[in-house]
Design a protein. Structure first.
Length: 130
C-alpha cells in the first residue's frame, strides 16, 4: 500500500518497487496502460500533478495499492482549521490595532485566538470552512 503526503514520495516508492522487481519502464508502461512518456515523468519526479488514475494504474502494475486515509480525526482537523482561522483573524485585529497605536499585548492576543477557536467550533461549520 502507498501512503504519502506528497506526489514525489509516491513516485519514489513506485520507482523503488519497479527497480526491485527488475521491471523496465517500457514494460511498466505496457502493463499499466500509461504512456511511456508519462511513466518517465512520474517516476523521474517531474510530475507533481500526476493524475491519480495514472498513479493507481502504475501501482497496480507493480503489485501495490494506493490508499487515501485520514491524517487526523475530524475533530482534530476541524480544531486545526479553527486555530488557523483564529490566528488569521487575530493578526488582522493586531494589525488594525497597531495602525491605531493600540496594539494588544501577547496575553490578549492569545485570548483572542482562544476565544475565536471556541466560537468557531461551537458555531456553524460553514463559518469554519469559509
Amino acid at each position: 500500500m502507498i501512503s504519502a503526503k506528497h506526489p514525489s514520495e509516491i513516485a519514489a516508492r513506485l520507482e523503488r518497487r519497479r527497480k526491485a522487481l527488475g521491471m523496465s519502464r517500457p514494460i511498466l508502461a505496457k502493463r499499466s496502460g500509461v504512456s511511456l512518456a508519462t511513466v518517465n515523468r512520474i517516476l523521474g519526479g517531474d510530475e507533481d500533478s500526476a493524475i491519480l488514475s495514472n498513479l493507481i494504474a502504475l501501482a497496480q502494475a507493480l503489485g501495490m495499492a494506493v490508499s487515501i486515509s485520514n491524517l487526523s480525526s475530524e475533530k482534530d482537523f476541524a480544531e486545526e482549521q479553527a486555530k488557523n482561522k483564529a490566528e488569521a483573524i487575530a493578526r488582522m485585529v493586531q494589525g488594525t490595532s497597531a495602525l491605531e497605536s493600540q496594539a494588544v499585548d501577547s496575553e490578549t492576543y492569545e485570548e483572542i485566538i482562544h476565544q475565536t477557536v471556541h466560537e468557531l467550533m461551537a458555531g456553524s461549520r460553514r463559518k469554519l470552512w469559509s
